[in-house]
Design a protein around this ligand. Structure first.
Ligand code: PLP
Length: 391
């Protein structure tokens, strides 16, 4: 058994060996990809190979991949009122987003606050398609942003159905696929997404690289995200993060090769974990359990449990887990995802997320089960006394 067990893959995944090698190879080069000499051309080749591999991961064309510094930045680029298509040059008047999007989408990118509207989710954490259909006003040329899989619950969203509705209303669909990539096969065309976001560090690349991918070349952004030297077709200036992009390509290639075996491995371990969580604490609630979910994610809570306390207790046992709440700058915030699903604030406060990956082992699962037995034992005793909940 390794010294620690890492169950926070949705926050960031360990770097794949292929990505490590790609970083080392890129650092051995000196050139700037914009330089015309041999050194520059060698760096350019790395970037363009990576573009091909990232495009392949989602069935897109390399020319439609725009590298950014993160998934957050790709979302900011996508959420732009001035996006044009061949048959629609007028600005998009409205941005519709689901209630469970990542904060980088919830912030609305470059849309003014008053132009942003929410689409609710049901108690299983799936977007309500009837509400989307009702909110799609044809005249306002909406841009809609729906994630493919939620980062907290792992619940997979009905994106293809949503795409048909959005297109029938003359809208465009952006899909944040940051958590879905590498966990199941993605085809941008089959999804009906017009734009799709990926992040390198969630698939085993390194932090600091992301991509916005267009489904078609007629989708244009007249306003660059960052002005300057004209890199990334003038949309995102700044010398490319060659090592980060090369690692992104290597991770994408590995993720494309192995999604089925890796998903089967994660699913088998997730099932054991869920069974153990429920067996040890029968009052545990697994959020989104009735919906189709990612094979690697469990978000659960037990009445009376406090997430901060549980995270520290697990950490002391050598186990990294996170709270279901968005946790930025180390501060635990109430989860907008669980609030959107109608979960009570009391239960939300105790939500713990376990997310695993291809290198998670049975030994990691056993370590978690042992720690959970200890923690839940105390909890059940405590909640017996406090609220009469049976152990
Ligand atoms: N979208 C989702 C669904 C995410 O889970 C995350 C990261 O947690 C992001 C976007 C942001 O990606 P990045 O960390 O590359 O900015």
């Amino acid at each position: 058994m390794t010294e620690r067990s890492y169950f926070d893959w949705n926050a960031t995944a360990p770097v794949r060996p292929e990505a490590h090698e790609a970083v080392a190879a890129a650092h051995a080069l000196t050139g700037n990809p914009s330089s015309v000499h041999a050194e520059g051309r060698a760096a350019r080749r790395l970037v363009e190979h990576a573009r091909e591999d990232v495009a392949k991961l989602v069935g897109a064309r390399p020319g439609d991949v725009i590298f950014t510094a993160s998934g957050t930045e790709a979302n900011a680029l996508a959420l732009t009122p001035s996006i044009e298509t061949a048959d629609e040059k007028r600005p998009r008047g409205k941005l519709l987003i689901s209630a469970i999007e990542h904060p980088s989408v919830r912030s609305g990118g470059r849309f003014p606050r008053e132009a942003i509207a929410d689409i609710p989710v049901d108690t299983d954490g799936r977007i309500e398609l009837a509400a989307l259909s009702a909110a799609l006003p044809r005249t306002q040329r909406p841009l809609v942003s729906i994630m493919l899989a939620n980062n907290e619950t792992g619940v997979i969203q009905p994106v293809a159905e949503a795409a048909a509705m959005v297109h029938a209303a003359g809208g465009l669909l952006h899909v944040d696929a940051v958590q879905a990539a590498g966990r199941f096969a993605i085809e941008i065309g089959a999804l009906g997404a017009d734009l799709l976001t990926l992040s390198a560090h969630k698939i085993g690349g390194v932090k600091g690289a992301g991509a916005l991918i267009r489904a078609r070349e007629d989708i244009h952004f007249p306003e660059p995200l960052i002005r300057g030297g004209g890199q990334e077709r003038g949309l995102r200036a700044g010398t490319e993060n060659v090592a980060g992009i090369a690692a992104f390509g290597a991770a994408a290639k590995a993720a494309l090769r192995a999604p089925f075996e890796e998903a089967a491995h994660m699913l088998a371990l997730r099932d054991v974990l869920e069974e153990g969580i429920r067996k040890i604490a029968p009052q545990a609630v697994i959020f989104g359990a009735a919906a189709e979910r990612l094979p690697n994610t469990i978000l659960f809570a037990v009445p009376g449990m406090k997430a901060e306390t549980a995270i520290i207790a697990f950490d002391l046992e050598g186990i990294a887990v996170s709270s279901g709440a968005a946790c930025s700058s180390g501060k635990v915030q109430p989860s907008h995802v669980l609030a959107g699903m109608g979960v009570s604030p009391g239960l939300t406060r105790g939500a713990i997320r376990l997310s695993l990956g291809f290198s998670t082992t049975k030994a990691d699962v056993e370590r978690f089960q042992n720690a959970w037995r200890k923690l839940a034992g105390g909890l059940c005793k405590g909640s017996d006394e406090r609220s009469g909940i049976a152990a």
